[in-house]
Design a protein around this ligand. Structure first.
Ligand SMILES: [Zn+2]
Length: 248
């Protein structure tokens, strides 16, 4: 984790920019090997801009997105930027749960003919919540191969949502945890309206045990610094206590 000290600075610089043009701002930083981080901004509370971390992987078969940006306009901006910068096509997108920061740009990708994927649970939850759903569903943990580059999905159990998955990039030893893990520097558990606070800790331990060699762990939002496993467990504990108080 120590090697990543530069990234939060980049993200902070992005934050200043975000005041000006958040709606279409896409920030890109290389992570490791073929894996890149991209950050886009949404307004989940309708008031303040909030950054979301997503990834893309440059494979011999083209660029694969892990999650869409928050909306269709951003998804178009992202694809245009990537194709112009790398002279490679975006060939697929795999979404990690059904919230807007993961599937909000599905329609734009579909309109471009880009195949979109998610677990059967995620596709069903998109449909149940009136959202455009990824076109292709997988019903168990799946290893995608794009020109030989492996992209592996893993369902850890319920957590931030009941359908959240993480994505492992074995060549680069990068774990994209999405909203299943909070930043190691996060101060709040965030939105828990769809979370399973009871099951979440066991799901976290399972993931930690499954990917002991992860060199970089990318949480769904904010800094890549700190220990996202321990921080998320602490914040779940706090949220649980607050819920207890409310019940009394
Ligand atoms: Zn999120």
């Amino acid at each position: 984790m120590k090697k990543l000290l530069l990234l939060p600075m980049l993200l902070l610089a992005g934050h200043a920019l975000a005041q000006r043009d958040s709606a279409t701002l896409v920030e890109i930083s290389p992570l490791k090997g073929h894996s890149y981080l991209y950050v886009t901004y949404g307004k989940p509370d309708d008031k303040t801009w909030y950054p979301a971390n997503s990834l893309f992987v440059r494979t011999p078969a083209g660029i694969v997105l892990l999650d869409t940006p928050w909306d269709d306009e951003q998804a178009d901006t992202l694809v245009n930027q990537l194709e112009a910068r790398f002279h490679e096509k975006v060939v697929a997108c795999i979404s990690t749960h059904w919230h807007a920061d993961r599937v909000g740009g599905i329609k734009a990708l579909a309109a471009r003919g880009i195949p979109t994927y998610a677990s059967a649970q995620t596709v069903a939850l998109c449909a149940a919540n009136g959202k455009a759903a990824p076109a292709h569903a997988f019903s168990k943990d799946t290893t995608f191969r794009f020109g030989g580059t492996r992209i592996q999905t893993f369902y850890p159990g319920p957590g931030h949502t009941t359908d959240n998955i993480v994505v492992w990039l074995p060549e680069d030893q990068v774990l994209f945890a999405g909203c299943f893990l909070k930043s190691g520097l996060a101060t709040s558990i965030g939105y828990t309206g769809d979370a399973d606070l009871q099951a979440w800790p066991a799901s976290i331990r399972k993931t930690e045990a499954k990917f002991p060699s992860a060199r970089i762990i990318v949480p769904g939002h904010e800094s890549l610094e700190g220990n996202p496993y321990e921080r998320t467990l602490e914040l779940i504990g706090k949220a649980g206590k607050e819920n207890e108080k409310k019940k009394e």
